[in-house]
Design a protein around this ligand. Sequence first.
Ligand SMILES: [Zn+2]
Ligand SMILES: [Zn+2]
Length: 420
Amino acid sequence: MNAPEQPFPFDAAVAEAARRIGERLVAWRRDFHQHPELGNREVRTAKIVADHLRALGFDTVREKVAHTGVVGLLKGGLPGPVVALRADMDALPVVEEVDVPFASKVRTEWNGQSCGAMHACGHDAHTAILMGVAEVLAGLRERIPGAVKFIFQPAEETPPAGEDGGARMMIEEGSLENPRVEAIFGLHVTSIQPTGRIGYRPGPFMASADDFRVFVRGTQTHAAMPWRGVDPIVVGSQIVMGLQTIVSRRVNITKEPSVVTVGVFQGGVRHNIIPDEARLEGTIRTFDEEQRDEIHAHVKRISEMIAAAGGARATVHIHRWYDVTVNDPALTEWSVPTLGRIAGDANVGVIDKICGAEDFSFYQKQVPGFFYFMGCTPPRSDASTAAPNHSPRFYVDEDCLPLGVRTLAALALDWLAANA
Ligand SMILES: [Zn+2]
Ligand SMILES: [Zn+2]
């Protein structure tokens, strides 16, 4: 008589392997945390990752992809498709304020300015988790149908000024090809949820992010005789107010929310001079690519027309950064039971849209992808008031690391089994 077939034959082995590497998982994460590297400068981190994958017997380990990225391929012992898992490796120019023995004391520079460096977005955890998944799956490889591609990506937080990088460049340099990837999974730690909780959302999940600059050209004159010139500060102020009507008056808010914020308003050097020029800078966030294009057109038209009405001239530059992070609806629906099985159904739920952006969105434009959030605030703290990602006080509860390993490993194994 045959023993009944196990529905999920890998779960026990994955849980056991994750337990076995638990201490090293923490050690990796602390090492990365203490030695953070900014975008396109992840040289030390990438070497540790590549050495690890090679030591595990990966079939290929490509280094220096998109400057400092590492792409490893682990072929299973059985035929099947290719699934990708992605982690980002870069830190932020933030001076750490968390009181832990492995706090970062690194000083470096960003865009020519001296600064600190800190893993204030938890990418140290992501890198350690994916190294852990690599080890767990390498131990099971003979039984795996297909192959797993491990994508360790630099510069998620954007590369330094004047450089290319991040997910878009990883794709341009072939990280989804040879062999062709058919689905991709990724996760992010978040302090707004407690350890053990997983949040996701089908469809548009995280916003597109673009920045704009408006140069308002007037005519300089004595501040006591405004009629002798054109005041770009008054015109610029009208433009700020005009831009606020885009979301409130022009966008169909029943479809998706959006944000237009002016974060910089500069002009003038003295109280008694009306300057030649004023400069505005801001950000645009949307959850719909069509609305994104519409808002760009509104920003341009409103700025130019208001300036013209005041006798000034506005020049508008919009830089497109990241696309909307869209979780493939079918893949999301398929992924949720796996997450529930590993984390407990009660710990997995739909969360609100997030106005932050992710360059995971670029992979999702190429292949179906699923991105989820994993809580990293310890249960003794209040997640609703915990310091957010990017704060100098952002804190990662290391108890979340094994859940990251187990969920990513299970998603990859389940997906390969279902698509072999
Ligand atoms: Zn971030
Ligand atoms: Zn991040």
